[in-house]
Design a protein around this ligand. Structure first.
Ligand code: ADP
Ligand code: MG
Length: 358
């Protein structure tokens, strides 16, 4: 039955994609090992991530969105290294066989795999018993020319500009909207922040609410951007723990400090919420939005450092790339407000062992 399940949900639906990548996938599902053939002169990049039901996705989330997101968050790690996908494996642990969920999951997974040309080449399917939660582990394999060394976190240099793509914090707003819809916002917001957060969520225009939910449920790994940044960026990470925490990783690994411009972060919110400045409470809302940017998670946008000489080349790669600060000597992450001394950001990024789960 397990072979039948694997064949129906994973081997058959992905067969075309595997076939069209025949030069890369020499052996796939059905063999003891997958065999992948990277291009000559390329280095292999590998990354793995696990999504746990009730932690990374809601039990009642549509299964196709879980499928999409499971692959997208793995591909985002390849993007952060400037690598292109070759294929992936999938390890599923399910409490029981749920055909409807599996069909939806496989559909979303295939949608993402097709869009980013990343064939499924193997995996494992197990159950840890009926009283367990679903877990989805994916390992992605990617490649980049051996002249590209990856964007190591430790490679930032003093004087580099600090960049982000997209709207960091948007996925977090989507999650907060989801909590609000479920009447659980108070469980996931510090009491002191609850009122301000409620105000932001209530003020958000409908289209922005939909974009925020989309950012949460169907994040787009920035693979094209990652490749475009080869030779331009020095250190790069994907944003999964909130900008504050992820920038801290770069600063710490490089033995430097990072200075984030609050007005640059506010400017990003103004681009996606043009009517914001007309509101009387604009300043207050912007303060909350910047806090969301710094603490949010699951954005899967990229954050990188680059020499200022590369500014124009980077800006021309894509719209929605924002220079939000710089790297300097010292340590820690600092927030710069016009006319004020920089203040140090105390790290508040997501910690699986500290915060309540969904
Ligand atoms: P083995 O006993 O060799 O580990 P399995 O019974 O676990 O074989 O799997 C049979 C084949 O199906 C293998 O090629 C494996 O890679 C593939 N496979 C198992 N589960 C999955 C899955 N969830 N997604 C994709 N391929 C899978
Ligand atoms: Mg096995």
């Amino acid at each position: 039955m397990e072979f039948d399940l694997i064949s129906r949900h994973f081997k058959a639906p992905f067969a075309n994609l595997v076939q069209s990548n025949g030069k890369v996938v020499l052996a796939g599902i059905g063999d003891d090992c997958a065999a992948l053939q990277p291009s000559p002169g390329h280095v292999l990049f590998v990354s793995t991530d696990t999504l746990v039901e009730n932690v990374h996705f809601f039990a009642d989330d549509p299964a196709h969105l879980v499928g999409w997101k499971s692959l997208a968050c793995n591909l985002s790690d390849l993007a952060a290294c400037g690598a292109s996908p070759l294929g992936f494996t999938l390890n599923l642990s399910l409490p029981k066989v749920d055909e409807i969920w599996l069909t939806g999951f496989s559909t979303g997974l295939l949608e993402g795999a097709t869009r980013f040309n990343c064939p499924l080449v193997g995996g494992d399917t197990t159950s840890a018993g009926v009283n367990t939660v679903k877990t989805v582990s994916i390992t992605v394999f990617g490649q980049a020319p051996s002249t590209h060394k990856g964007f190591h976190r430790a490679h930032a240099q003093s004087g580099d500009q600090l960049w982000v793509s997209g709207i960091p914090g948007l996925a977090r707003l989507g999650l907060l909207l989801e909590y609000q819809r479920r009447g659980q916002l108070y469980q996931h917001c510090k009491p002191a922040d609850l009122q301000a957060m409620d105000r932001v969520l209530a003020a958000m225009p409908d289209p922005l609410q939909r974009t925020a939910l989309g950012a949460l449920q169907q994040p787009v790994p920035r693979l094209g951007l990652g490749v475009g940044l080869r030779g331009l960026a020095r250190a790069c990470v994907d944003l999964s723990d909130g900008l504050g925490g992820d920038v801290a990783h770069i600063a710490q690994a490089s033995g430097l400090s990072a200075i984030l411009s609050i007005s640059a972060l506010m400017a990003i919110w103004r681009t996606c919420w043009p009517a914001l400045d007309a509101r009387e409470d604009a300043e207050e809302l912007l303060d909350t939005l910047v806090a969301v940017t710094l603490q949010g998670g699951d954005d899967f946008e990229l954050c990188w450092t680059a020499h200022p000489n590369n500014h124009d080349a980077i800006q021309s790669l894509k719209s929605s790339l924002h220079c939000v600060g710089e790297v300097a000597s010292g340590e820690g992450v600092w927030l710069l407000q016009p006319g004020c001394k920089p203040t140090r950001l105390i790290s508040q990024s997501y910690n699986h062992f500290a915060e309540p789960t969904r």
